[in-house]
Design a protein around this ligand. Structure first.
Ligand code: NAD
Length: 338
């Protein structure tokens, strides 16, 4: 069995090669999967992809034509894959349902604290030997109310850290997590969470129910001055409404690791090109918006975990067994199709 891995960056390559190469024939490439790069996987039974890759129906059909029958995702999220189409074509898809939830949770906290304590501005002043403190005032996180949307693995890791700060934690999730109850988290409606929280952090998946979960009607509920953190998926927040909520002073700021139109933008070096995405340009120009380019997962522990589960998924496929991480066998999944 031969696997072609798309979108493999230098930071990921050693982890992937070390885990996969001893057990499977592997070819790695920086190329992003799309209709024009499907041919690279010719003569391969399996491919491995990242969230930036295009696994829409038309791409899956082309992959099927050249003989690809297995897709090993190197991500938790699978909103970039047309799972129904894959099932229809007989292409199995498996994800990495879990890898260091701490990587993303800690990044969310790091963004919150960098934003709150104005580290970016402070650092640029320090470089200029400008040590005055005007404009650098933050707030104590201790004593604040934090709202968590989605109390799964990452949401819970975030909750535990914020609990250590001495906060009151509210949560919104259709599924109550008993670990959250034990921690003292109180489940409330989305409306109540937004009305009462000083800080809101998004940790639910992107699907039909959560697409634009936060848009104008919800921003109208939000407590004035609230800080929104989104390290989950860009499409959960309607960017144009977020910009408006910041411009009209409803929202105090946003820490974003993801952006709804990030595909083709994030993970690439555009420093020598003129960006045409006007929405992104508006968003990134705002003073009280802190953006990182989908790097919340980027720790050694997470990369090792992703590589190890990817190889396990490939092992199952090679043995003609069904991986416990296979998505195509789950009939009840509802997937948001781009
Ligand atoms: P998880 O499956 O453990 O938890 C997701 C939680 O969201 C579950 O408790 C689920 O019940 C809840 N949920 C589902 N629908 C909801 C809704 N409509 N409203 C509120 N909550 C809802 O997943 P996880 O490992 O915690 O990951 C969460 C998300 O983080 C992933 O789906 C992925 O999109 C994102 N993620 C981002 C990065 C990054 O680098 N930025 C890395 C990994 C994961």
């Amino acid at each position: 069995m031969k696997t072609f891995a798309y979108s493999v960056r230098e930071y990921e390559r050693p982890f992937l090669v070390e885990a996969v190469a001893p057990r499977h024939k592997l070819e790695v490439s920086k190329a992003r999967l799309n209709v024009d790069t499907v041919h690279l996987a010719k003569n391969c039974d399996a491919i491995s992809v990242f969230t930036s890759d295009d696994c829409s129906g038309v791409v899956l059909e082309k992959l099927h034509e050249i003989g690809v029958r297995f897709i090993a995702l190197r991500s938790v999220g699978y909103d970039h894959v047309d799972i129904n189409k894959a099932s229809e074509l007989g292409i199995s898809v498996a994800n990495v349902p879990e890898y260091s939830p701490y990587s993303v949770a800690e990044h969310a906290v790091a963004m919150l604290m960098s934003f709150n304590r104005k580290f970016i501005l402070a650092q640029s002043r320090i470089r200029d030997h400008d040590f005055h403190l005007d404009g650098l005032t933050g707030f104590d996180v201790h004593g604040k109310t934090v709202g968590i949307i989605g109390t799964g693995k990452i949401g819970m890791a975030f909750a535990r850290i914020l609990n250590g700060f001495g906060t009151t934690i509210l949560a919104y999730d259709p599924v109550v997590n008993p670990d959250a109850i034990l921690l003292g988290v109180r489940y409330v409606s989305l409306e109540e969470l937004l009305q009462k929280s000083d800080i809101v952090s998004v940790h639910c998946p992107l699907n039909e129910q959560t697409k634009y979960l936060l848009s104008n009607p919800q921003f109208a509920w939000i407590k004035k001055g609230c800080i929104l953190i989104n390290t989950s998926r860009g499409g959960i927040v309607k960017t144009v409404d977020l910009i408006e909520a910041i411009e009209n002073g409803r929202l105090g700021g946003a820490c974003l690791d993801v952006y709804e139109n990030e595909k083709g933008l994030f993970f690439e070096d555009h420093s020598n090109t003129i960006l045409e995405d006007k929405l992104y340009l508006r968003l990134s120009a705002l003073d009280n918006v802190l953006i990182t380019g989908h790097q919340a997962f980027l720790t050694c522990e997470a990369l090792k975990g992703i590589a190890e589960t990817t190889v396990l998924n490939l092992d199952y496929w090679q043995r003609e067994a069904v991986s416990p991480n296979e998505l195509t066998n789950i009939s009840h999944i509802e997937i948001y199709l781009y």
